[in-house]
Design a protein around this ligand. Structure first.
Ligand code: TRP
Length: 373
């Protein structure tokens, strides 16, 4: 059979898709992103990605939005802890919906339900070399963190290929993620180029969409040392009770040399200010700290000396709670009916599966393994 060559154009910002037979067609703008269900989501997830997803959802600019709970990927390094993954499916779904992801506008899905993703992964494996996988900097870091050096599970080692399947199954054009996911996006783009040139132009090259603010990109843990991680116990979870959030904020790492209020304070590595960079808006000053008009003014007082940590921390707590209160109120409502939450995931997964099945059939056709029609 004559293969149908496709070319892509961009006309005045509109993505067009030219197929030999169909002529010019509008190319959809599609978002796909997701999280591993290994714990409740924290404020790092919120400023790094969740908040943006909700804005993108409500912008009306996207034709389809898929948000994936990546349980199969979570099992690649938690295969011996299935209860942890299972229990966090609804927790992550609750976090999604309480932040404003709306199942009417975004498809919420569970990765393992869509077996087509596993099939795509197997075919993509032919297009990636072992040495290419070994160079993935995020995988390298994760291998060190998990002490896998001498015995890396194959499933874990190849998860970037499975992530490429997640993205391409939905022909995602846009993947909103943190910068730790850039190597996965690059791997996905390479697979797309290799597939399209080897077989046929079936797959779409995705682009990453990064947070626009440095503090949001890498919100440190409350200890100021690293990114938030559950194992380090340095996270503020979206669903933490307010008194726990207060405790965590009041014990946050600041400038260890800022001992007396009069001392000049340092901003670098001072995570109270990093959190303010990520969360604070000018109207927060009006409401909670009217002596200052903006963050720059607060920062310059701090660096000159005369501003104590406790005052800044109390302000940060107020700012955080202003953002988190409505999220927590919605979560409390949603928590009352977990079966309804699971039903939303079931419906979303069924819908997503149809899309993935369509892509898989195009992939098999291009690879000439569609023997029986
Ligand atoms: N790797 C991502 C994480 O650890 C989760 C994920 C799985 C993902 N599949 C994806 C993110 C596809 C973006 C696109 O958080």
């Amino acid at each position: 059979m004559q293969s149908e060559k496709k070319t892509r154009y961009n006309y005045q910002g509109i993505n067009l898709h030219c197929t030999g037979r169909k002529g010019l067609t509008y190319m959809k703008k599609i978002i796909l992103t997701g999280d591993r269900p290994t714990g409740r989501l924290h404020v790092g997830h919120y400023v790094g990605s969740l908040r943006r997803r909700v804005e993108l959802q409500n912008s009306g600019e996207y034709d389809d939005i898929y948000i994936m709970i990546a349980d199969a990927q979570a099992l690649t390094d938690n295969f011996d802890n299935p209860d942890k993954v299972r229990n966090n499916i609804s927790e992550v779904a609750l976090d999604y919906m309480s932040c404003g992801l709306d199942p009417e506008k975004s498809t919420l899905l569970v990765q393992s339900y869509i077996s087509e993703l596993t099939e795509l992964t197997f075919y993509y494996m032919n297009l990636v070399t072992v040495s290419r996988l070994k160079r993935n900097p995020t995988v390298k870091t994760e291998i060190n963190m998990r002490g896998f050096h001498t015995s890396i599970p194959v499933g874990f080692f190849t998860y970037p290929i499975s992530q490429a399947a997640d993205i391409t199954a939905f022909k995602a054009t846009t993947v909103p993620v943190g910068d730790d996911q850039l190597p996965m996006l690059e791997q996905a783009r390479e697979i797309v180029r290799s597939f399209n040139s080897t077989y046929d132009e079936v797959l779409v090259e995705p682009k990453a969409l990064l947070p626009d603010n440095e503090a949001c990109m890498r919100l440190p843990g409350t200890d100021g040392k690293a990114k938030m991680s559950k194992s380090l116990g340095n996270c503020i979870y979206l669903s933490d009770p307010p008194d726990e959030i207060r405790k965590k904020v009041m014990s946050m790492y600041t400038d260890p040399d800022h001992i007396r209020v009069e001392d000049p304070g340092k901003l670098e590595g001072n995570c109270v200010f990093t959190y303010l960079d990520a969360f604070c808006r000018e109207d927060h000053f009006e409401h909670h700290l009217p002596e200052y008009s903006c963050l720059d003014e607060l920062k310059s007082h701090y660096t000159k000396g005369g501003l104590g940590d406790v005052k800044v921390k109390k302000f940060l707590y107020a700012v955080l709670m202003e953002e988190l209160e409505p999220i927590q109120a919605r979560r409390h409502e949603l928590e009352k009916d977990i079966p309804a939450v699971m039903e939303i995931l079931h419906k979303g997964s069924q819908k997503a599966r149809e899309t993935a099945a369509q892509t898989l059939s195009e992939v098999k056709h291009a690879m000439k393994i569609d023997y029986f029609g």
